[in-house]
Write a protein that binds this ligand. Structure first.
Ligand SMILES: [Fe+2]
Length: 181
């Protein structure tokens, strides 16, 4: 079993929707959808309808785009009501609801959380949002930025989505020079 992660699918983009449709089957593996799946409930619903059939288990984390309600969406839910609707969509598709314990919680990147990877003995820290993929080490902990982003600026369509699914665990052997400390 492997644990994969990807974020920033931004499914309002048709190119990204086509890419997600091409994701291979991983019947033994889990995947973390690490934020910014889209701006609409339908984006999350659609992503899960694909990924729950291609992976053994999907773990969803909301990003800022997921929680936004576009100004044009006058009838759309807002704020906490939208979040709760998204959780309902996840539960309908058999996602696991995790208890509020730090190692499975949203780390929003404030000064209050900047030492949590040490405090909670994290093995790997997964994040997105930047659209700047990379592997970095800090205090000996692996930090994985796993965003897809928008093509052609952030990713190339030529090889499909496969190269952008980041293996988190057990994880590829990576050089650990800590040059990004
Ligand atoms: Fe994004």
């Amino acid at each position: 079993m492997k644990l994969y992660a990807i974020s920033d699918l931004h499914l309002s983009d048709a190119v990204n929707r086509r890419a997600l449709e091409g994701v291979a089957e991983h019947p033994d593996d889990w995947i973390v959808l690490a934020g910014d799946t889209g701006e609409k409930e339908a984006h999350l619903d659609w992503a899960l309808s694909i990924l729950t059939h291609r992976f053994r288990q999907v773990v969803w984390v909301p990003g800022n785009h997921d929680l936004w309600t576009l100004p044009s969406d006058r009838e759309g839910l807002r704020g906490e009501a939208k979040y709760r609707r998204l959780v309902t969509i996840c539960l309908r598709q058999d996602l696991v609801q995790l208890p509020r314990i730090p190692r499975f919680s949203i780390w929003c990147g404030t000064r209050q959380t900047e030492r949590w990877h040490v405090r909670f003995s994290a093995s790997v820290l997964v994040y997105g949002h930047l659209h700047v993929r990379g592997t970095r080490f800090r205090d000996g902990v692996r930090f994985e930025e796993v965003s897809l982003g928008l093509s052609p600026w952030n990713w190339s369509q030529e090889d499909g989505i496969r190269p952008y699914l980041r293996e988190i665990l057990p994880g590829k052997a990576v050089d650990r020079p800590d040059r990004n400390e």
